[in-house]
Each structure stands twice: as structure tokens, then as C-alpha cells.
Design a protein around this ligand. Structure first.
Ligand code: NDP
Length: 478
């Protein structure tokens, strides 16, 4: 075979990825379960580069140069296993199967292990950027062996998004499931970013009394500063859009029940398993789920509470500035939490993930791309073992400078009855980390009281138990 890479699964993502490879000068073998898709791709886009269309699995494998590199871009889950089982028996030792779908990293770990035992490299790759990204340059998060990256990396570097400094947004994240894990956390952070932006919008609407168009302008202004990001940019677009059918702001005619495909939920599930407090991401997932409980919301609409009262124009402008501070500070917290999870996953699975490189490949191509990520990369470049983003001097200073306004915004939201779970959770996280003493001491006392779970003391080593049901003396518990 002569094709340098193959793509099987030619729905929107696979098709655009194949075209991206071809446009970058690679000969691409293409295959899809339903052959009509393969034919359509070659008919429509064959002029963009060298495509080798294959109708059967055997032809597809035969079209690839060796060691073969074969990208699977099918529906995540059972379909991926079915396709692996179809192709693996046709491959030789040293060939590389690449799964570019949104796989759960635990599935990727299982598949990698099974295929490794059969002499085949399995590379789970997180790909972010949607269909546009797949075509013009996504952010690419490959896991798998270093050996497979040596063969695959140069191709991925060609098709990846380029950061503002020209660096391709791809790096070998780490072994087995590391790439899909990091993609999962990316999506969790994406949920948190979106929630924080939504809360900022809600406050500007309800408290500042701004129209959607005015809020779009506000976001456009923010987008020229430290909040410069793809999500802020598209938020302004969405808010400025008028519904053609009614002439109303688009955002006012859309049903206010958010949906989700599940990667944010995975982030939180795994965070719970790893014991990582990703409260901002969790609140974002719960906010979507709450919005979808139409019956619960209907049944609760008459509960008492304040009606937000829009501010006077001068105060509104000042408040909008405070909201920008609250948004930025909360964003620092959600990235702090997300990177904590990356670190915890890396430690738990022995991946040795370089957090700075992860920040670097999120600078372009993906949904959370932002100027901010270059700052995070810088923080980790300065100190690879940074225990937390909040331990970085610059971030600490910035959040310190924002915290007064942040508190004002959260207090105003509470007073006016505007739900801001993201802003509030982020602030609670910040204050909990700052606290000299946490009420966790009391929690320990309660646990020892009802369950003899023991506690440690501040003044000596060891574990202790108080005889709560007896004379309340303290005994050494080892
Ligand atoms: P879909 O997730 O809609 O999957 C459709 C493709 O899967 C078709 O090519 C279909 O073949 C194939 N397929 C489904 N079941 C089987 C099976 N049992 N055996 C063989 N082939 C099968 O396609 P997308 O392009 O939307 O997404 C592809 C992957 O990329 C998914 O894992 C998805 O989660 C991920 N994704 C990532 C996005 C991102 O932004 N990063 C965005 C969207 C998706 P057929 O034509 O024969 O039906």
C-alpha cells in the first residue's frame, strides 16, 4: 500500500479529518461501513488531495503503507470495539490503530492493553474543535506508546491547529488513556467556562438591566482583554443574533433547558473517584441538569424570593466591570481545578503528564482556546511541579486583585435572587483554600462520635478516639 494514513468512519468528523490529511499532502485511504459515504467523499473532495477509496476492510488495510496507521472515527462505544475487532486481525505487529472518537479513557486503557498483547499499538486520541476544527486544524491529544507517537506525531503536527506562536497544538500526552483523559478534562473545563459566561450574562441582564445586544457589546469588549477566548467570541455572536421568525433576540426564543452529551459528567464522575474537588465543573454539569427539570421548575416557580431590580445606568456600568472581575477570578479557579484533575489522573495512572504542554495544545483549535492558556503554560514552564495554579504568583496576584469585586457580585446575586452556582462555588473553593482552619475538624468529631472513625490531632502524631458514650476520655487508636 501507498497511503500514509487511513481513516475509517466518514461521518462529519472522519470526513473532515481525512480531508485535512489530504490537504496537507498525505495520501489518505478512506473507508466507511456504508460505502456510499466513501464514494461521496471522493466525488466531492477528491480534488483536494490523494484519496484511496476502499470498500472492504481488506482493501482498506492493503491500501496502507507499513507500519500501517489507521484512524477510527466512528460512534464512540460499542461501534469502536466492533471496528477494532474487524481490523485488528488484518494487521501486523507494529501497526498503529488510532481512535479519534470521544472514548472514555477507561475504555482506551482496556483497548490499549488488549491490542498491545497482540503486538498492535493503540493510540487513543482526544480531538477537539468540532467539525471545523477537524478540517482546518483541531487540538489533538494523543495517548499511547512513545514509539507510536514517533510514527504518528509528524502527521498529527501537520494537521493540528497552530498556536499564535506557530507551535502545533499536539503533544504526546502520555501512555494508554492519557490523551482521552485530558480531552475529558478539557470538556469539563469547557462546561465550567460556558456556565460562568452564562452566569455573567444572567447578571448583566437581570441586575445591570442590559439588553442581549448590549451584553453582546460588553462581551466583545471583554474579548479584547484578558478574557480573550473563542467561547466569549461566540457568546457575543449568539447574543447579537435576532430570531428571523419573530424579530426577538435569539436567546429569548430558545427553550432554556440545556442538554449534554456526557463528557462533562464523566469529568465529574472521575473526579469523585480520584477525590479531586472540581466544584466548578460539577456545578456546571448540575446547572444543565437542573435547567432540564421542567416539571420541578414549574412546581417551584411560586417559591418566595426577591425579584431582581435593575440598577441605575452609572451603577450598571460599574457592576458590569465587577462581573468581568468575577468571571475572570472564577475562570482561574475552574482551570485550577481542571489542572488538579489532570495531575491527579497522571499520578493515579503513572502517566507523567506535563501540565504545561497540555495548556500549550489548548491554545488553539479547541473549544476552550484562549489567550489565558498561554499564561497557564507559562506558569507551568516556570515551575513544572506547580502544586496548583493558584500557587503561581501572577495568578495569585490577579485573583487577589479581583476578589473584592468577585465577592460583591456573588453577594449581589444572592441578594437579588440570581443563581450563580459557578461564581459562588469558585469563591467558596478560593476561601476554603485560604482558611487557616476549616470546620472539617468538627466533621471529624461527628464521625468519631457516631462511628468511632477516629481523628488526628494538631499537637501530636497518631489516631485517637474519644469514648463519647462513656466517660469521654481519649484513647489512642494507633
Ligand atoms: P458519529 O458519532 O455520528 O458516528 C457515525 C459514524 O460511525 C459513521 O461513519 C458510521 O458508519 C459509523 N459507525 C457507527 N456504528 C458503526 C459500527 N457498528 N461499525 C462501523 N461503523 C459504525 O460520527 P461523528 O463524525 O459525529 O463522530 C465521530 C467520532 O468523533 C465520535 O466518537 C464522536 O464522539 C467524536 N466527535 C467529536 C467531536 C469533536 O468535536 N471532537 C464532534 C463530534 C464527534 P455508517 O455511515 O455506516 O453509519
Amino acid at each position: 500500500g501507498t497511503a500514509q494514513i487511513g481513516v475509517t468512519g466518514l461521518a462529519v468528523m472522519g470526513r473532515n479529518l481525512a480531508r485535512n490529511f489530504a490537504r496537507n499532502g498525505f495520501a489518505v485511504a478512506v473507508h466507511n461501513r456504508t460505502a456510499a459515504r466513501t464514494r461521496a467523499l471522493v466525488e466531492e473532495f477528491g480534488h483536494e488531495g490523494t484519496f484511496v477509496a476502499a470498500e472492504s476492510a481488506e482493501d482498506f488495510v492493503a491500501a496502507l503503507e507499513r507500519p500501517r496507521r489507521l484512524v477510527i472515527m466512528v460512534k464512540a462505544g460499542e461501534a469502536t470495539d466492533a471496528v477494532i475487532e474487524e481490523f485488528a486481525p488484518l494487521l501486523d505487529e507494529g501497526d498503529v490503530i488510532i481512535d479519534g472518537g470521544n472514548a472514555h479513557f477507561a475504555d482506551t486503557r482496556r483497548r490499549e492493553k488488549e491490542l498491545r498483547e497482540r503486538g498492535i499499538h493503540f493510540v487513543g486520541v482526544g480531538i477537539s474543535g468540532g467539525e471545523e476544527g477537524a478540517l482546518h486544524g483541531p487540538s489533538i491529544m494523543p495517548g499511547g506508546s512513545a514509539e507510536s507517537y514517533a510514527s504518528l506525531g509528524p502527521l498529527l503536527e501537520k494537521i493540528a491547529a497552530k498556536a499564535p506562536d506557530g507551535t502545533p497544538c499536539v503533544t504526546h500526552v502520555g501512555p494508554d488513556g492519557a490523551g482521552h483523559f485530558v480531552k475529558m478534562v478539557h470538556n469539563g473545563i469547557e462546561y465550567a467556562d460556558m456556565q460562568l459566561i452564562a452566569e455573567a450574562y444572567h447578571l448583566l441582564r437581570a441586575v445591570a438591566g442590559y439588553s442581549p445586544g448590549r451584553i453582546a457589546e460588553t462581551f466583545r469588549t471583554w474579548n479584547t482583554g484578558r478574557l480573550d477566548s473563542y467561547l466569549i467570541e461566540i457568546t457575543a455572536e449568539v447574543l447579537a443574533h435576532t430570531d428571523p421568525a419573530t424579530g426577538e433576540p435569539f436567546v429569548d426564543v430558545v427553550l432554556d433547558q440545556a442538554e449534554q452529551k456526557g463528557t462533562g459528567r464523566w469529568t465529574v464522575q472521575i473526579a469523585l473517584d480520584l477525590g479531586v474537588p472540581v466544584s466548578g465543573i460539577a456545578e456546571a454539569v448540575f446547572a444543565r441538569s437542573l435547567s432540564g427539570h421542567a416539571g420541578l421548575r414549574d412546581a417551584s416557580r411560586s417559591l418566595p424570593g426577591p425579584q431582581p431590580e435593575p440598577l441605575e445606568p452609572e451603577d450598571a456600568a460599574r457592576f458590569a466591570d465587577q462581573v468581568e472581575q468575577a468571571l475572570y477570578a472564577s475562570k482561574i479557579v475552574s482551570y485550577t481545578q481542571g489542572f488538579h484533575q489532570v495531575q491527579a489522573g497522571s499520578d493515579a495512572y503513572g502517566w507523567d503528564v506535563d501540565a504545561g504542554s497540555v495548556a500549550a495544545i489548548w491554545r488553539a483549535g479547541c473549544i476552550i482556546r484562549a489567550a489565558f492558556l498561554d499564561r497557564i503554560r507559562g506558569a507551568y514552564d516556570e515551575r513544572r511541579d506547580l502544586p496548583s495554579l493558584l500557587a503561581d504568583k501572577q495568578f495569585a496576584e490577579e485573583i487577589g486583585a479581583a476578589q473584592d469585586d468577585w465577592r460583591q457580585v456573588v453577594a449581589t446575586a444572592a441578594r437579588q435572587g440570581v443563581p450563580t452556582p459557578g461564581f459562588s462555588a469558585a469563591l467558596a473553593y478560593y476561601d476554603a483554600l485560604r482558611a487557616a482552619r476549616l470546620p472539617a475538624a468538627l466533621t471529624q468529631g461527628q464521625r468519631d462520635f457516631f462511628g468511632a472513625h477516629t481523628y488526628r490531632r494538631t499537637d501530636r502524631e497518631g489516631s485517637f478516639h474519644t469514648l463519647w458514650g462513656g466517660d469521654r476520655t481519649e484513647v489512642d487508636a494507633g
